[in-house]
Each structure stands twice: as structure tokens, then as C-alpha cells.
Design a protein around this ligand. Structure first.
Ligand code: FE2
Length: 381
């Protein structure tokens, strides 16, 4: 158990190739953005704040901008894939991957400089910096490729005072379910093929200057049936944390293999959204229909012994299925949803950090057993 911590303290400092202020937005390509927006509003408490589509002069696709505190999701669907290459690309993405994350967009101060440096260091360009203008100012945006068909847009918004970016119009709605207390994106996890984890670790280290914050090998993360390996890459201010997983050989198919089969390749596995009150947030999410993985009943029996004193009553955590882990800096509470679509691909983590900077390693075994029970039900174990 101590090996992870020792390795973490040995890691080098990050030397950011370009400064990143945080996650700007996460864009999903989805089959029906109108209905997906309804789901994220009703179930997850996002507010619908902006829209771009035929009514605003975009003929081939529609995008809904959802927001909850610092978290911004953009849900985009093609409505006329025959009208443009861009809309066809979106349609192809959905055909291949199902609903999934296309863009983990990064908020930067100078998108031209960031793009130039990333490309110089070997990133594959998606599009060159372009300037989007309206009466509120201008946005500069460029993009490069990461694992699978996922991209990182670089968004410079220091000369923009509008809602989000040119093209989006504000929306006022009659239906506004209240937020559930989600605050910011804590980390976004990618699944890549066997043997590719270190390729992408090297990409984030070399192209972005990220450091390897933590390493989990298959001895840390294994159950009777399957295992995986994971390395967490982080930028200098720790606002961007990208764990990268790859499958490790087990007796049966690992959860990462299942994802890779159904997503048809590498992609974003889960996004961790932070709250200041996980008991309240999870209570509301459950009431609104979000389904969570259940912890094994044995999990809470020795929890106190493992994590020591915590502020939250154990019976409340047990009733909700919230997991707890401790590291030298404090403790964290976390819970994982079931996949949010029919393909067993994308899911969410709800996390509350009380000092802890790690990722819940002490929960991996319990968590993976819960995931495997679900996999077995799908016939994929
Ligand atoms: Fe996570």
C-alpha cells in the first residue's frame, strides 16, 4: 500500500509547457442533444444556459451549453450530416463510439502560443488557432489530438465578456431543476489499449510538461478476475488531472477491455465532479434517478479501522454507498455512477476531498468487485 505514496513523492515537478487555468468545457457528441440536455438538467442539476443551432444560423448541428458552478458541458448533435464535413465527422463519432466525450477543452491565456508549443513538441493538430468574434469580444481557439478521437481545445477568453463563445445565445427556460452542488471537474480519466498507457503518459509529460502524480500497477488494482494499470498525469497547479488506464491481463476480461470493445477504441472513461457535501449531493442525485454502483456489504464493517475518524456518520455513508479513503494529506469520499448510456462506457464519479490529494486507491478492490458484478450481468466478464 505504501509503494504508491513513495513513488508519488519521487516524481519530478511539472514544468508546464504552457500555463493552464483549468478545464474550460467538456464537449460530448451525442445522438440526441435535446434529450441528453434534459437528462443532465433533470438528473444532475445542470442549468441550460446557452444554445447554438439552426435558430442561430448554424444549419448542420445543434449544441446545448449546460452549466453547474464551474463545470461546463456542451452537448452537440449533427442534424444534417450531409451538409458539412464537420457534421459528418460528428455523426461518424456517434456511430462508432455512441454518446461520448469529444473534447476536454483547456482554458489558457494565450491559445496561439500554447498551440504552437504543443505542436512543436509533437502534438497532432486538429485545427489551427481561429478567432471567433461578436459584440462581446473575441475568443481564440485551437485544438490538438489526444488518445483515440478525443481532442484538447485550447480556449483563450481574456478578451471576451459574453456568455460562452460567439455563436451561442443565452437561453431562459421555464423548467429549471435546482443544482445538486457539483462545483468543478476534479479529474478526467482516459482508457487506452494494452501497452499504450506509457505512450500517453509520455505525451502528457513531453507535450504538456505534466508530471506523473501517482502510479497504480496491477498489484494495486486487481481482483480475482481482472486488473488494470493507471498513471495520473497532472499540470503544475493541479487543476488538470488526467489518469490514464490500460488493461492488465487477468483471468477474465477487465473493465477496461469492456470499455474499449464498446467504445470501439480509447476514450474518456469517467469524469470526477467535485462537491462540498457529498451526502447531500448523492441523496439528491439518487432521488433524481442517477444510478450508483453499490459497495459490497462487507465494505463498511472495517471502514472505521481503515480510515480512522471522519466527520460523516458511517450509517449514512453505508445507506448511500459512499466510499471513503485516507492518504497522508486527509481523506476523501467518493462514489461512482453506473454507465450513463446503454453502452458500458462513460460514467461519473462524485468526489468530496477533505484534504486528500489521491484517488481512492483503498477503494479500488471494493469498487472493481462492484463493477465486475455489473459486467457479469451484461455477459461481458
Ligand atoms: Fe476517478
Amino acid at each position: 500500500m505504501a509503494t504508491t505514496i513513495e513513488r508519488a513523492t519521487e516524481t519530478a515537478q511539472a514544468h508546464d509547457t504552457f500555463p493552464i487555468n483549468g478545464t474550460d468545457y467538456i464537449e460530448f457528441y451525442v445522438g440526441n442533444a435535446k434529450q441528453a440536455a434534459h437528462y443532465y438538467r433533470t438528473a444532475f442539476g445542470f442549468q441550460l444556459v446557452g444554445y447554438r443551432g439552426p435558430e442561430t444560423g448554424v444549419r448542420d448541428r445543434a449544441s446545448y451549453l449546460l452549466q453547474q458552478d464551474k463545470i461546463r458541458f456542451v452537448l452537440t448533435t449533427p442534424i444534417r450530416p450531409d451538409l458539412s464535413d464537420e457534421a459528418k465527422t460528428i455523426a461518424d463519432h456517434i456511430y462508432k463510439h455512441g454518446d461520448g466525450v469529444r473534447d476536454l477543452a483547456l482554458w489558457v491565456d494565450d491559445a496561439r502560443d500554447a498551440f504552437e508549443k504543443a505542436i512543436e513538441r509533437g502534438a497532432k493538430p486538429v485545427h489551427e488557432p481561429k478567432v471567433l468574434k461578436d459584440t462581446e469580444g473575441e475568443i481564440v481557439i485551437a485544438a490538438f489530438q489526444t488518445y483515440g478521437e478525443t481532442i484538447h481545445s485550447l480556449v483563450e477568453r481574456k478578451n471576451y465578456k459574453g456568455l460562452f463563445m460567439p455563436g451561442f445565445v443565452p437561453l431562459k427556460q421555464h423548467y429549471n431543476p435546482p443544482p445538486v452542488g457539483l462545483k468543478y471537474v476534479d479529474h478526467c480519466v482516459g482508457n487506452v489499449e494494452l501497452g499504450k498507457m506509457n505512450v500517453w503518459v509520455e505525451f502528457y509529460a513531453h507535450v504538456m510538461g505534466f508530471r506523473n502524480l501517482l502510479t497504480f500497477d496491477d498489484e494495486d488494482i486487481s481482483t480475482e478476475y481482472s486488473s488494470l494499470m493507471s498513471k495520473v498525469m497532472a499540470n503544475g497547479n493541479d487543476r488538470i488531472k488526467f489518469p490514464i488506464n490500460e488493461p492488465a491481463p487477468g483471468k477474465k476480461k477487465s473493465q477496461i477491455d469492456e470499455y474499449l470493445d464498446f467504445y470501439q477504441g480509447p476514450g474518456v472513461q469517467h469524469m470526477a465532479l467535485a462537491t462540498d457535501d457529498i451526502v447531500q449531493t448523492v441523496t439528491v442525485l439518487r432521488d433524481r434517478g442517477v444510478e450508483f454502483l453499490a459497495a459490497p456489504t462487507s465494505y463498511y464493517a472495517d471502514l472505521q479501522k481503515r480510515v480512522g475518524r471522519i466527520d460523516e456518520p458511517l450509517d449514512v455513508l453505508a445507506a448511500l454507498g459512499i466510499l471513503v479513503d485516507r492518504d497522508p494529506d486527509g481523506y476523501l469520499l467518493q462514489i461512482f455512477t453506473k454507465p450513463v448510456e446503454d453502452r458500458p462506457t462513460v460514467f461519473y464519479e462524485i468526489i468530496q476531498r477533505k484534504g486528500a490529494k489521491s484517488f481512492g486507491k483503498g477503494n479500488f478492490k471494493a469498487l472493481f468487485e462492484a463493477i465486475e458484478q455489473e459486467q457479469a450481468k451484461r455477459g461481458n466478464l
